[in-house]
Design a protein around this ligand. Structure first.
Ligand SMILES: [Fe+2]
Length: 248
């Protein structure tokens, strides 16, 4: 499997604190059946960490993993805090799309707000040929309370990524039930770890996989866990989900 959301790069954000922790996270990922991992440090300020800093750190960690015989392929990316400047930065080549393919951009909201400019911002990204992937909407109080606000963004072309630990109750029962609801409504195109440390979310990947298969069945589950992440890292089109239902 391919994990499209992780904080494995050490020393850039609130993810791995040391190279040793990053190595331990890589070993956990392999044990959970993950073969490729997109590195997605938080980019909250407009300048740090830069694209170059992420690529440098990734190359360094890949080298260390290779020397230790840990067969996890790292791919470039970042998790961008929603910001009206994103389209302009994207047009200037300053942003790291998933695997640097210029097709998908991982975007996060704060847990408590979805700015009014979001629909306009997403429209501008789509006009530039880049599809926004909303990171863990099930953890946003706005989307938890109003599923339609997420539906509107998805029906206008955005995609959504669920965090594996959300499904297994790692955060709260409310987030777990929201995660299941979004899955059943067909709002979700990806499951990813959003791993920040050697413990926590990453260790929830296997049970989350079982839960996705139980809720959606084999075919749809494989689409979320295997096919869509493959398309994302290849920069290929991801088909809209036929299951999408408007919240009532
Ligand atoms: Fe994240």
């Amino acid at each position: 499997m391919i994990d499209i959301h992780s904080h494995i790069l050490p020393g850039l954000d609130d993810g791995a604190a040391t190279i040793e922790e990053a190595i331990a996270m890589a070993s956990c990922a392999i044990a959970d059946g993950i073969k490729q991992m997109v590195v997605t440090p938080h980019v909250k300020s407009r300048t740090y960490p830069s694209k170059e800093a992420i690529l440098d750190k990734m190359a360094n960690l890949q080298d260390v993993l290779q020397k230790k015989g840990i067969n996890l392929l790292l791919l470039p990316g970042a998790e961008y805090r929603i910001d009206p400047e994103l389209p302009r930065q994207l047009a200037k080549g300053e942003l790291l799309t998933i695997n640097n393919k210029g097709r998908y951009l991982l975007v996060e909201f704060s847990d408590v707000s979805v700015p009014d400019y979001t629909a306009d911002l997403f429209f501008k990204l789509l006009q530039l040929g880049v599809t926004p992937i909303i990171a863990h909407p099930e953890r946003s109080s706005i989307f938890i309370e109003d599923h339609n606000s997420l539906y509107e963004l998805l029906s206008n072309g955005a995609l959504a990524q669920l965090t594996s630990g959300s499904l297994t109750g790692y955060f709260s029962p409310e987030i777990a039930s929201t995660a299941r609801s979004f899955l059943e409504k067909g709002y979700v195109q990806f499951i990813a770890s959003d791993a920040h440390s050697r413990s926590g979310q990453l260790l929830h990947f296997k049970p989350a996989v079982r839960e996705v298969m139980r809720l959606l069945g084999e075919e749809q589950g494989r689409r979320l866990l295997i096919k869509n992440p493959q398309c994302a890292v290849r920069g290929e089109l991801i088909e809209a989900c036929e299951l999408m239902k408007k919240a009532i």
